[in-house]
Design a protein. Structure first.
Length: 133
């Protein structure tokens, strides 16, 4: 934005070099136009600085958000809950069972038909499940 300030300063120098003053109508108009251009140049410079500050701030926010996303979405495999897929013998509903859901007899109530079913932990078909296959 320095080039705009330089051009406005050049115009001001030309106006002064030409001997323009406010005694003539044309001189008043040209000098006021140069003043307005100078004000616009100052405002534009301030906006450019604010824009640069906002860009820097947004980069910091983006980096912080990337860290949060990484922490939130990159869960360790140990932290994930593994489910086993079990089919209800009564209604055929597929139920996903977490190890914490089972009682002492390895039984669970089917959410579809409300029948209690035993979960055979030795025949789990889920390859990722950590149950006793």
């Amino acid at each position: 934005m320095d080039y705009i300030n330089e051009k406005v300063a050049y115009l001001r120098g030309l106006a002064e070099g030409l001997g323009l003053n406010e005694s003539t109508n044309e001189g008043k108009v040209i000098l006021h136009m140069v003043d307005i251009l100078d004000d616009i140049s100052d405002v534009l410079e301030g906006l450019t600085e604010a824009q640069n500050d906002l860009e820097d701030y947004m980069e910091v926010i983006d980096e912080d958000l990337a860290e949060i996303e990484e922490d939130f979405y990159d869960l360790d495999d140990e932290d994930e809950i593994d489910f086993c897929q079990v089919e209800c013998p009564e209604c055929g509903e597929i139920v996903f069972v977490d190890m914490d859901m089972l009682d002492e007899e390895n039984a669970i109530t089917c959410p579809n038909c409300q029948e209690e079913m035993e979960v055979d932990l030795t025949s789990c078909e889920d390859d990722d499940c950590e149950c006793k296959k």
